[in-house]
Design a protein around this ligand. Structure first.
Ligand SMILES: NC(=O)c1ccc[n+]([C@@H]2O[C@H](COP(=O)([O-])OP(=O)(O)OC[C@H]3O[C@@H](n4cnc5c(N)ncnc54)[C@H](O)[C@@H]3O)[C@@H](O)[C@H]2O)c1
Ligand SMILES: N[C@H](C(=O)O)[C@H](O)COP(=O)(O)O
Length: 340
């Protein structure tokens, strides 16, 4: 039987997602990509291919199990919803298509019709206008799996660095109040098994960043390190995990420090994602850990300003598809067999 293909969402049709999916398909052999199909947006894909100067065949499939057979010769598309292709000009209809594609693709992955879910970029503020009530796709997918919104944990994974933000899409002024021992324990307890199971790292090493400059400088610049972060690290060490810190965040991503850990737990979104995108943007993947389904996404957003111009790099989309395939394969092997 052919392996299950990945379900790829169309993302916002006014963003760079559709053209990057098309380019990923065009480079499927060179980059050894696992089979995938797109959920809705056939006309958008054809128009995006034309704008990018890519000659492509797009084939509608009536059943998802046809995707792997069609994939070598044409980009399979399941579902007949569509929208106008207006790169750089997001619309309500485009946001509706993005939401339908996400909903259907997530559901078919949960139901076992796809081997994993790869989400193209959406605009969170645009989706809110058509009824999306979540901070991001991570929470949406967690709920689609039947859990609460916080069940999935965001990790950004690249060749040089993996980061897990303990708090994510909240205002900076709300961060200190959300740094709790439970939040840190939850992030670490999602990260360690994911590094073992999904990344094949037998003994994961976790570094934890402080919140304040110089990790608080012995209490002179803040007390969260001593009162919250260090006790959480101690609890994790007592449970047998290799967790160190809190480290001053500005030194944690220097080249020598990078070699000392497999993932860094960071206290807020930009503390994690700024070093990540500076170091690993081109191959950067946003992966949701801690869920029964595989879900990845490129590390960038809709990039409306360059959509349709040909300037957007397909590297992160290709990396997201590849990593989803790798995790799918690792999860199908007996425990321990995929560790390197
Ligand atoms: N995976 C996702 O769904 C995701 C991730 C991040 C942001 N977003 C959403 O995207 C929208 C725009 O967010 P933003 O402007 O902060 O981030 P962005 O990633 O869209 O753009 C940031 C910068 O990176 C550039 N860029 C992005 N992708 C690129 C690519 N593939 N190749 C070359 N350059 C690229 C853009 O031109 C821009 O200069 C927001 O609405 C946000 O919610 C979605
Ligand atoms: N925080 C991510 C980033 O900035 O790259 C991004 O917004 C994606 O979030 P979701 O996967 O939850 O939509």
């Amino acid at each position: 039987m052919a392996p299950l293909a990945l379900a790829v969402t169309i993302g916002d049709p006014a963003g760079v997602g559709p053209e990057l999916i098309v380019e990923a398909w065009a480079r499927r052999k060179e980059r050894r990509l696992p089979p995938f199909f797109v959920v809705h947006g056939r006309e958008v894909l054809l128009a995006a291919a034309q704008a990018r100067g890519i000659d492509i065949r797009v084939e509608p499939i009536a059943r998802r199990d046809q995707a792997a057979r069609v994939f070598p010769d044409a980009l399979p598309v399941y579902g007949d919803l569509d929208a106008d292709y207006t790169p750089g000009a997001p619309s309500r209809d485009g946001a509706k298509l993005a939401l339908e594609s996400l909903g259907d693709a997530a559901q078919m992955t949960v139901d076992g019709y796809a081997g994993g879910l790869v989400t193209a970029p959406i605009s969170k503020s645009r989706l809110v206008e058509v009824g999306f009530a979540h901070p991001g796709q991570t929470e949406y997918v967690s709920i689609a799996c039947g859990f609460n919104a916080g069940a999935g944990t965001m990790m950004l994974a690249g060749p040089r660095l993996r980061v897990v933000p303990v708090t994510v899409h909240i205002a900076l002024e709300d961060v200190p109040g959300r740094i709790t021992q439970d939040a840190i324990l939850g992030a670490a307890m999602a990260t360690v098994p994911a590094l073992r199971r999904d990344f094949g790292i037998a003994r994961p090493r976790i570094a934890v960043a402080g919140l304040n400059p110089h990790a608080g400088e012995d209490g002179r610049f803040g007390n969260q390190e001593a009162e919250i972060i260090a006790p959480a690290i101690q609890t994790l060490c007592e449970a047998g995990m290799d967790v160190r810190g809190p480290f001053p965040a500005d030194g944690l991503f220097s080249p020598p420090a990078l070699a000392t850990f497999d993932a860094a737990l960071c206290m807020y979104h930009d503390q994690a994602l700024i070093p990540f995108k500076a170091l690993d943007f081109e191959d950067g993947v946003n992966v949701t850990i801690g869920l029964p389904i595989v879900r990845t996404s490129p590390d960038h957003g809709t990039a409306f300003g360059i959509a349709g111009t040909g300037a957007a790099s397909a590297g992160p989309t290709i990396a997201a598809i590849r990593l989803a395939g790798e995790i799918m394969t690792r999860r199908s092997l007996p425990p321990g067999a995929a560790r390197g």
